[in-house]
Design a protein around this ligand. Structure first.
Ligand SMILES: *Cc1c(COP(=O)(O)O)cnc(C)c1O
Length: 375
């Protein structure tokens, strides 16, 4: 098999920059001229705009999505002695945030149709120390919020959203980010709303949680530059990223619409193939951070696609309970069969707002050939 240049990448950030270059360059120049680089006016403006976009009362800009989740948990009062339930099929940062908050991560298996956490598995994982559920809107598809709320209310648990992959998605008409006690968003460059570096934000409708997160992100300061009321962190959002994000936020709905259109087109093009697209319930509007299909012989198909210049990816190849870092939690092969099976079968196809019809057709036909070769 001959190695070739990637002709269709998994994501194409330069295509996006090319489309909005004058706006971005103006915003960056404005920050450089202002001489203010950490927090300040740009960050406040973006926080207000993002809160309005998510239809929540508070948004607190932080240094990354990981920091957003960590500080959201701390802001909700989660700490040592608490158990927090989450999915084993997510990016490692979800579980890192729980562990760094001092809590004990507990996994609950996924619903194989959506790859999101299964509310009945959550119910079965609840113990006397359980304090919260971190639901991940994986691939941009909202979690099944109503049953999770019912469970959370019955057991007096907090629902916290990992919204890193789902900016702008809706659950029963409501934007994600305000569906629980707090949410953490990532603006990692490849996310639906991406900065040009690391950035993140916490959203919440709770003024106390917001105040705690604000204090924690900035060295525990409150009421003065050198007054530290709690031991905090250096996890602030910077002005350059906020200025970039403010520009990009205006385009997010349009970009998400294009992602949905591309996803619908993939569904048409892949009909009848033994590569089954991720199910999306009809009461949600997915943000399609990724377009994921499931197939057997995934690794062989992936190798074929790479050889054909298609930048397919895998999210994620190993469920977190099978990672060395989380071996101490005491799970093993067979603990979460749906997540383990998904990790072996999922394949992400190239998807970004600027993807063209010709590229979608080329990816679909490459996948058809790869499936034949791998069979
Ligand atoms: C990207 C991501 C994060 C972490 O965000 P960073 O900005 O990279 O720190 C957390 N959870 C999920 C599901 C993600 O995809």
């Amino acid at each position: 098999m001959q190695e070739s240049r990637e002709v269709i990448p998994l994501v194409d950030l330069s295509a996006q920059y090319a489309a909005i270059r004058p706006e971005i360059d103006t915003a960056i120049q404005r920050v450089l001229d202002s001489g203010a680089f950490i927090l300040g006016h740009e960050v406040e403006q973006f926080e207000q705009a993002f809160a309005a976009y998510c239809d929540v009362r508070h948004a607190i800009g932080v240094a990354s999505g990981t920091a957003a989740l960590h500080l959201a948990l701390l802001g909700c009062g989660i700490g040592p002695g608490d158990e927090v339930i989450t999915t084993p099929l997510t990016f490692a940062a979800t579980v890192e945030a729980i562990a760094h908050a001092g809590a004990h991560p507990v996994f609950a298996d996924i619903d194989p149709r959506t790859c999101n956490i299964d509310p009945s598995a959550v119910a079965a994982a609840i113990g006397t120390r359980t304090r919260a559920i971190v639901g991940v809107h994986l691939y941009g598809i909202p979690i099944d919020v109503d049953p999770l709320h019912t469970i959370a209310e019955r057991h007096r648990l907090l629902l916290i959203e990992d919204a890193a992959q789902a900016h702008g998605a809706r659950y029963r008409g409501q934007r994600i980010g305000g569906l629980g006690a707090a949410a953490g968003f990532s603006f990692y460059p490849g996310k639906n709303l991406g900065a040009y570096g690391d950035a993140g934000i916490v959203t919440t409708n709770d003024a106390d949680i917001a105040a705690r997160v604000r204090r924690l992100r900035d060295h525990g300061r409150s009421g003065g530059k050198y007054r530290h009321t709690v031991i905090g962190y250096g996890e602030r959002l910077d002005a350059l990223q906020a200025a970039v994000l403010r520009v990009k936020l205006h385009h997010l709905d349009e970009w998400n619409t294009r992602r949905r259109r591309a996803a619908d087109r993939y569904r048409e093009l892949l009909a009848g193939l033994p590569a089954v697209p991720q199910a999306v319930a009809n009461d949600v509007e997915a943000a399609y951070h990724l377009f994921v299909v499931r197939l057997s012989e995934r690794d062989r198909v992936l190798a074929q696609l790479h050889a054909m210049g298609i930048g397919a990816g895998v999210h994620y190849p190993v469920a977190l309970h099978m990672q060395p870092a989380y071996a101490h939690l005491g799970y093993g092969a067979g603990s979460f069969p749906h997540a383990e099976r998904a990790a072996a079968e999922v394949l992400s196809l190239p998807l970004y707002p600027e993807i063209t019809e010709a590229q979608l057709v080329e990816v679909a036909s490459a996948l058809r050939r790869a499936l034949e070769k791998a069979a």
